[in-house]
Design a protein around this ligand. Structure first.
Ligand SMILES: [Zn+2]
Length: 392
């Protein structure tokens, strides 16, 4: 028994077949409907493309931070939801910081704007990956957490975000302040007692924070999404249209784009993430959600994806003559995913638009809008940081 792999098109024995989420898990795709669970992807594509193609997109500065911002919109406090993702600001230069060789200091921000300095293995090859090369995650590293407020709710949110954010690493966690008279490291579970070097590093970090002179350098690679867009076109095209999609010229070109060869550039029509069109992203997106939209445009279906109503990309998917049991051409198609809530709504585009414009509310989305409202009350209920600063 053999199958042809969706991505590399090679004939593979059935034992090489793996479960592939057409929408990757970091975008909440594990919750997508059953037709997004594909079985025609080989093990080598699943592993290799996950690291280099999904990773390049997911770990880019833009996407990491759009997902962090999306999660905040549905977060109603510690104990209510999963921990919040951190925001990555990039590598920093901190005078006096004792950095071991081949190590870089990276600045991240916590849910209340806490500074988090992560000292991790440096890697020139994957310089734009926030958090560095994923294969170095198990190297020893150190995380310094610098709280901005003594408020217990903010402290719990911050420490949970740090421990959760670096859980796949072998990091030591050091608390950069004294809390309630207790020495740093003993007040919060998961944090270590600082060594003499840690204490000196905390002092160096505190000095730049107090001087307001902490500056991160944004690391960009403008091609971070090209192969990812082609991979998404193949996966979503197959999930919605099945085998007939694979026979299209568009599928063949998307496959060329997934395996780029400078001598045969692919003819993939669409626009990349960085050519950001805010009006389009607003209409095609949904507050705090990842949205995949398939709509008819002339004689073709086009697919767009947005994260938190930003970072839109568009790609021509297939001729509009193709039939799918999941969409009616006149009404369009959308998949609206809420990664923090682990929820997902599949709805035609015209109904999605009617809901966002308030013309005709969709019950499922209305319930999710309610969670967003509760989350906004939670953020408003927190003591403001300015007041806290005046007290201390
Ligand atoms: Zn393959």
């Amino acid at each position: 028994m053999t199958f042809n792999c969706l991505y590399c098109a090679q004939k593979k024995p059935i034992s090489e077949s793996t479960l592939e989420h057409a929408v990757p898990k970091f975008l909440g795709g594990a919750q997508a409907p059953p037709h997004y669970k594909l079985h025609n992807v080989c093990r080598s594509c699943n592993n290799g493309l996950g690291l280099h193609v999904d990773g390049s997109y997911a770990k880019s500065w833009f996407v990491t931070n759009a997902l962090a911002s999306a999660a905040r919109k549905y977060y109603s406090g510690p104990g209510q939801s999963d921990f919040l993702p951190l925001t990555c600001m990039g590598p920093v230069n901190i005078p006096g910081l004792q950095l071991p060789e081949d190590t870089v200091a990276e600045l991240w921000l916590g849910p209340s704007g806490e500074s988090i300095i992560w000292m991790r293995t440096d890697d020139d090859d994957l310089y734009w990956y926030t958090g560095g090369n994923p294969t170095h995650r198990k190297n020893p590293s150190t995380v310094y957490f610098m709280p901005v407020s003594g408020d217990p709710v903010r402290l719990r949110m911050g420490t949970e975000a740090v421990i959760g954010g670096f859980k796949k690493t072998k990091a030591r966690y050091i608390f950069g302040a004294t809390v309630g008279g207790l020495p740093p490291g003993t007040a919060y579970p998961g944090f270590d007692l600082p060594t003499v070097t840690d204490e000196s590093n905390i002092q160096a970090i505190r000095t730049v924070i107090q001087a307001g002179s902490i500056r991160a350098q944004l690391q960009m690679n403008t091609k971070f999404d090209q192969r990812f867009i082609c991979k998404m076109a193949l996966a979503v095209g197959f999930a919605l249209f099945g085998q007939t999609y694979l026979a299209t010229v568009e599928a063949a070109e998307a496959r060329k784009g997934l395996w780029p060869n400078p001598e045969h550039p692919p003819r993939v029509r669409g626009s990349q993430t960085i050519f950001n069109n805010p009006q389009f992203a607003h209409v095609a997106g949904y507050e705090g959600a990842v949205v995949i939209l398939v709509m008819q445009s002339g004689g073709s279906y086009a697919m767009s994806m947005t994260v938190d109503r930003s970072l839109p990309f568009v790609v021509e998917l297939c001729p509009a003559t193709l039939r799918s049991e999941f969409l009616e051409s006149a009404n369009g198609y959308s998949l609206v995913i809420f990664p923090l809530l682990q929820q997902c709504v599949e709805i035609c585009q015209s109904k999605l638009l009617a809901h966002t414009l308030g013309h005709n509310l969709n019950a499922e989305l209305a319930a999710i809008d309610q969670i967003r409202q509760t989350a906004s009350y939670f953020w408003e209920s927190l003591p403001s940081l300015a007041v806290q600063a005046n007290k201390t």
